[in-house]
Design a protein around this ligand. Sequence first.
Ligand code: AMP
Length: 462
Amino acid sequence: MKFQYMGLSSTLLRAIADAGYEKPTPIQWQAIPAVLQGKDVLGIAQTGTGKTASFTLPMIDKLSQGQAKARMPRSLILEPTRELAAQVAESFEKYGKHHKLSKALLIGGVSMQDQVADLDRGVDVLIATPGRLLDHFSRGNLMLSGVRILVIDEADRMLDMGFIPDVEEICTKIAQQHQSLLFSATMPPVIKKLADKFLNDPKVVEVASQSSTADTITQSIRHVGYKAKRQLLRDLLTSEKVNNAIVFCNRKIEVKEVYKSLKRHKFNAGQLHGDMQQSERMEVLSDFKEGKVTILVASDVAARGLDIPSVSHVFNFDVPQQSEDYVHRIGRTGRAGRKGTAITFVTPRDDKYLDAIEKMLGKKLTSPEGNAPTKTDVKSEAKFDKKPHHKGGHKDAKKPQHRHSKPKDGEQNEAKNKPNHNKPHKNDDDKKPNKNKHVKNKSNAKPKESSGFGDNVPNFLK
Ligand code: AMP
């Protein structure tokens, strides 16, 4: 299949060629014709598959006719996080550069007034996080009755963050006559119910199984005592050929501490977590993309779905407590046919989470010989068990997280009905990320160009 045969306009084909895309990805060749025909679509695909273009491209063509009225957006895209919303806005910029579509971004951490001014001008494409959208709606800043195309992106992430009630509320406020597209990496029962309720005879498009990981990724584990984790991380960062890496932690307190520790040891690190202001998150992300920062310490919620350039290494500083998070995390490396390395730190208390991951993957993760837990590791672990290492400790570590109940990583500020929910947080991490260029290894190596196709690397790239 070629882009030329999909029914897209020649203006759009020019933008696609400018973007350097030669062929549609599987999600694109399945979804684009259906969206152009006006059908509802249920897309089961994760980030990295070319999913964003699968809805933005046909939307641009569909919206090129007609004009937006003040405060009555013609289309609405719901995203779970501000970063994802900003990324989708960038896609509209990129693919819509030969069109004259107006768009607005309603996300937290940005002035409401500026957003109202955008809405007043009339928008063809409105990209929003659910909390901020409802906030504007309740203040009478916009009407949803003009929406003709609704996209619910990353629905399973919405579920993780407790946004499904908001999404349902938004769906009920939209005009009867509209086209709905829903994308989700996984299809838990709540999302299935949402799709059944709000999609009308959708075309179902599925491109990747949730448990598959690219075979370009070398996966291994390291047994380690809790207290030795940071030392192990430093050792690996200096001994492995690390171009750039993401270090995933389960909780934001851990992100902050690992980040601080790496900085103390003069690593070229940045951090990404839900307590940071929007501007700080964007800044560190762009520094990472540009290679100014080479090690990004991140939490799942802050990093998931982001189009981060292919990285050489992913370190799971903590074993993810949800198996699917493992797949999402390590999917940051080994993208688009490139080789990647994923290393997971396993303490004795992580056994059940590791078991669940191995069960999902259908294989055992092994550690290099000689890296079994040492006596010192075990001792330090025992000590840690008696006396938590830091305030706030690891009281949650034994409890499985209830992913469907509430936001788990500071993204609560997007949540429903809190008047100031999207206001930037003030906290001790509000300082600007330090662009200290001291590095221990290959700090200035530029990350390779972004490409991410997850497990669906097109043949032309294999
Ligand atoms: P997404 O899954 O939407 O996050 O897209 C992942 C990456 O794939 C983005 O960097 C896109 O620019 C890129 N991409 C999307 N479609 C294509 C295509 N047909 N050919 C090459 N790259 C693409």
